[in-house]
Design a protein around this ligand. Sequence first.
Ligand code: SF4
Length: 89
Amino acid sequence: MRYIAIFIDPVKSCNLKCKMCYFSDDKKRPKPTTPIDINNIDKYKTLFKRAAKLQIGCGAEPTIYKHLAELIQKGKEYGIPYIEITTNG
Ligand code: SF4
């Protein structure tokens, strides 16, 4: 059986500017984008239902996303067995 791992940066920003990171570089800093709309998560239920892992935070800071708890709850509702958050906190 194949499994799916979902990697999400719910926001594309960070509260820090570490020297080695693109968030400290004016030329390479990702342009701010609209945060993931928590109300749209169910559009991806086909993926969520089959996922073995939900990784929240890949190249930005997920704890500044105001719907983080709801995103985790969605993962739980879809039965994702492994939910991980990578944070600078
Ligand atoms: S994303 Fe990570 S490395 Fe980059 S500024 Fe934020 S905490 Fe630092």
